[in-house]
Design a binder for this molecule. Structure first.
Ligand code: HEC
Ligand code: HEC
Ligand code: HEC
Ligand code: HEC
Length: 185
């Protein structure tokens, strides 16, 4: 009886923890990443909403490459890290996805160099990428698609003062720069 109650509390607590972290950093790591190239087979035409072009033009696509710069290594060293920025988990956690996954969970086309990519925000896609699943919002969510109740809450899991270069985050301006809706039919 006592044990059941403890387990119940743990369960509730973990549900809340997951719910408050809409982006995939907090995923359970059981689902595989497929990479941008596989997502955009169905998300790149004008009719679909050009998600590929919009993402490519955003700084998110270069977030990993930024860690390869002298400036990044300098910031990492100043913070007391002894590894180069691109090998420092405390930098990678906001600048990339999949770097801490087993190779068996990474699809052939997945590239950590793609930085903050589709699946960083929408959840690892190996289980929801098929047309059959994607066509149903409900099935997609069951299979790992993350939808955002509050978009801003997701952004600020990375856009916050823990970022060494953080100044401010204006949600509306920032969202206008990267939003990528499916056009109304
Ligand atoms: C085989 C085609 C296909 C692939 C591959 C695919 N999608 Fe989709 N996706 C769809 C279709 C169809 C929809 C339904 C909505 C629409 O008309 O775009 C959809 C919807 C979505 C939505 C909107 C969900 C909602 O209702 O809010 C997101 C987000 C999304 N896909 C992300 C991804 C990501 C990330 C990947 C890669 C992991 C991916 N998709 C791969 C076909 C695909
Ligand atoms: C997983 C972490 C992460 C999440 C989540 C995230 N971002 Fe970012 N974002 C970054 C990083 C890292 C950069 C810097 C990339 C670079 O300059 O190399 C960035 C840069 C940007 C920039 C460019 C800023 C500039 O100074 O030009 C915009 C705009 C932006 N993000 C908007 C958003 C919005 C809107 C959301 C929420 C929908 C969001 N981001 C969610 C990590 C994230
Ligand atoms: C909490 C998330 C987070 C962490 C941790 C983080 N970054 Fe970033 N980084 C961001 C975001 C968001 C941006 C873009 C906006 C900003 O500067 O806050 C960014 C931007 C940058 C930029 C580009 C600044 C510019 O002026 O264009 C560099 C360089 C950088 N980060 C290096 C690092 C290094 C090195 C580490 C590890 C010591 C690190 N970041 C850790 C989120 C993070
Ligand atoms: C920085 C986080 C971020 C990145 C990177 C990102 N998205 Fe999104 N995306 C969002 C948010 C937030 C929404 C709006 C809320 C929602 O539908 O979840 C959204 C919405 C969508 C939608 C639904 C649009 C609609 O009108 O219903 C699709 C489809 C989609 N994204 C696909 C992609 C694809 C494909 C990529 C990669 C090329 C990508 N996204 C990259 C955060 C992101």
């Amino acid at each position: 009886m006592q044990l059941t109650r403890v387990l119940f509390i743990v369960l509730i607590a973990s549900v809340f923890t997951l719910a408050s972290n809409p982006f995939s950093k907090m995923d359970d790591k059981k689902r595989g990443f497929i990479g941008v190239d596989d997502c955009v087979m169905c998300h790149k035409t004008d009719k679909q909403g050009k998600q590929l072009d919009i993402w490519k033009a955003s700084k998110h696509a270069n977030a990993y490459k930024t860690l390869l710069t002298e400036e990044a290594n300098k910031i990492a060293a100043e913070k007391g890290f002894t590894t180069p920025a691109a090998q420092t988990a405390d930098c990678l956690k906001c600048h990339a996805s999949g770097y801490n996954y087993e190779a068996s969970l990474l699809g052939k086309k997945f590239k950590v160099e793609d930085g903050v990519q589709c699946e960083t925000c929408h959840g690892a896609g190996a289980d929801y990428k098929s047309m059959k699943v994607m066509k149903s919002r409900e099935e997609s969510i069951k299979n790992g698609l993350i939808v955002h109740e509050s978009i801003e809450a997701g952004c600020v899991t990375c856009h916050n003062a823990e970022s060494p270069t953080f100044k401010e985050f204006n949600f509306q301006t920032a969202w206008d720069q990267i939003k990528h809706p499916v056009p109304a039919k």
